[in-house]
Ligand binder design. Structure first.
Ligand SMILES: [Zn+2]
Length: 281
């Protein structure tokens, strides 16, 4: 059984990698397969096939913390609590998050976290005691990287070629309280297409889906939603000068292929354990 699965995987990898000269995210030659969105984004890591891209090892491994942070943020929300699969998924990922994105969880939930108690009103008008948390520098840098990755990957998926090295992704992300319904409706009205991962009769709607528009040649834009907690609005353009991109909010980031690793938060210095020497004065 394992052997069969393994063989199938390597064959499909071979087909995807065949003749590829460039990583989907930078100028280097590819030697790994990148899943965008990553497996960790999906419930129990069960991901439908599709949207797999040739990628170099430094981009793939060097940005995996961004994927983990995005998956985590997509699964938190005011109505998610004990017994919900989202919480269980996040608990399972916590050890990996601590390893790959040290400081991220402390930034959100630690004693110095930027948080405040709020009353959250449900659609039915019920008021709930909740704590609103703000993403800190580590989480924000990771979500910037994730959004740029998504733009380059979906550009490749829809246009059929890698985003040129002179191209750019203009992206902004919103966590569960950041995107108002009015803004979402306005953005969705200019994005006619709907897509998700599809395999047989299954699809990823509800976990990952996006509305998009594209000229099929050198411009792709979309609003992607991951569960209820994370939304990314982006424009990926082969020639950014050609398009007059509306500035929706000031926090949007512009990223070019090859620029991802420099945007990752620098790993915190490992702790040095100090053992007091007994008997020394
Ligand atoms: Zn690369």
């Amino acid at each position: 059984m394992n052997q069969k699965l393994g063989r199938k995987k390597s064959l499909s990898r071979k087909v995807i990698m065949a003749g590829e000269e460039r990583c989907v995210y930078c100028a280097d030659p590819p030697d790994t397969l990148e899943h965008m969105p990553p497996k960790t984004m999906f419930k129990d890591r069960y991901r439908l096939s599709g949207m797999e891209f040739p990628c170099c090892e430094p981009c793939n491994n060097g940005t995996s913390a961004a994927d983990l942070v995005a998956a985590f943020m997509s699964k938190i929300g005011p109505l998610i609590g004990k017994g919900d699969w989202e919480l269980a998924d996040n608990h399972r990922q916590a050890w990996m998050l601590r390893k790959k994105a040290p400081g991220f969880l402390e930034e959100l939930f630690g004693p110095k976290a930027n948080s405040e108690p709020i009353l959250f009103k449900t659609d039915g008008g019920v008021l709930l005691d909740r704590v609103q948390i703000r993403t800190g520098p580590i989480g924000s840098a990771c979500l910037d990287v994730f959004s740029a990755k998504l733009g380059m990957a979906l550009y490749r998926e829809h246009i059929g070629t890698n985003l040129p090295l002179t191209g750019a992704v203009n992206a902004m992300w919103f966590t569960n309280v950041g995107l108002g319904q009015d803004t979402a409706d306005t953005l969705l009205s200019i994005l006619p297409g709907l897509n998700a991962l599809r395999q047989g009769k299954s699809d990823s709607l509800g976990q990952f889906a996006y509305r998009f528009n594209s000229d099929g040649v050198g411009m792709f834009s979309c609003l992607a939603s991951f569960h209820k907690g994370l939304h990314v609005m982006l424009f990926a353009m082969a020639d950014p000068e050609l398009y007059d991109i509306p500035v929706v909010i000031e926090t949007q980031r512009v990223t070019r292929p090859g620029g991802l690793l420099a945007m990752m938060p620098k790993p915190a210095r490992p702790h040095n354990w100090n053992i007091p020497l007994l008997g020394t004065p």
